[in-house]
Design a protein around this ligand. Structure first.
Ligand code: SF4
Length: 245
């Protein structure tokens, strides 16, 4: 039986303060009314529709303070990686002079993306330049899986992001540099991602299909058939989706 009168520990009390503040701050941020270019390679078109149309997530999938702290960790690792790269002699630009990130718009404004940075110079043996730069922080098990299986197989969403950003930021001449940091051990894994125009065409067709279906008020088929499939279990609209399948 749950003890509702249990006294909260000091960690629980302080963390509750932090998480409540983070959740409140988040509630004031405007939500997206477009498809993120970083999401276009995602597994399921129906889930992308739910995302764009701001369909309420399942009750147990709301963004909690802990998840918001994980998001903040991702921004932090990008920021320190860019400092380390500059210290190491790379010419890395992370945004226009007046602030923000380099971005693009496609599909009449329905798709937008912002890159972590662009390498414009660096050690000669690691060029040629320029190149797109994308950076992710991963837990150990995902980091090891990435090293084993490589980006396209293990993280098609991140692979799609690199492809779509190379195309839309006009950085197709040289492979992108994708890096992942092991957030447990702080190891760093790098991959060169060659531009793949066929893959970009597939992503563009997917974006067009998702956007048109949203406009028409039609729901596309979900990619998953099994509610216990891990990608569906992690989906924010799992219960909603399988209640109408
Ligand atoms: S539960 Fe699976 S099939 Fe349904 S929207 Fe989510 S990812 Fe797609």
């Amino acid at each position: 039986m749950i003890d509702f009168n249990r006294k909260l520990s000091i960690s629980e009390k302080i963390n509750k303060q932090i998480d409540t503040a983070l959740e409140l701050e988040r509630s004031f941020q405007p939500s997206r009314d477009y498809m993120g270019g970083s999401r276009i390679g995602a597994y399921c078109e129906r889930a992308l529709q739910y995302e764009i149309t701001k369909t309420p997530v399942d009750p147990d999938k709301d963004l909690t303070g802990r998840i918001l702290r994980i998001f903040a960790r991702g921004h932090w690792i990008e920021s320190v990686m860019s400092e380390w790269l500059k210290l190491a002699g790379f010419g890395l630009v992370t945004g226009p002079k007046d602030g923000g990130q380099f971005g693009f718009v496609s599909h009449d404004g329905h798709v937008k993306g912002h890159t972590d940075g662009i390498f414009v110079a660096g050690p000669e043996q690691l060029g040629p330049w320029p190149r797109l730069w994308e950076c992710k922080g991963l837990e150990q098990k995902y980091f090891l899986a990435l090293k084993r299986n490589k980006l396209q197989k293990e993280f098609p969403t991140y692979y799609g992001q690199c492809q779509y950003y190379m195309e839309n930021l006009n950085l197709t001449d040289n492979p992108a540099y994708f890096c992942a940091v092991n957030m447990n051990r702080m190891e760093i894994h790098w991959e060169e991602v060659e531009y793949n125009p066929e893959y970009v065409s597939m992503l563009d067709a997917k974006a067009a299909r998702v956007i048109m279906s949203c406009k028409a008020g039609e729901l596309l088929p979900g990619a998953g058939q099994d509610p216990d499939f891990f990608k569906c279990k992690m989906c924010n609209w799992h219960d909603r989706c399988f209640s109408i399948k």
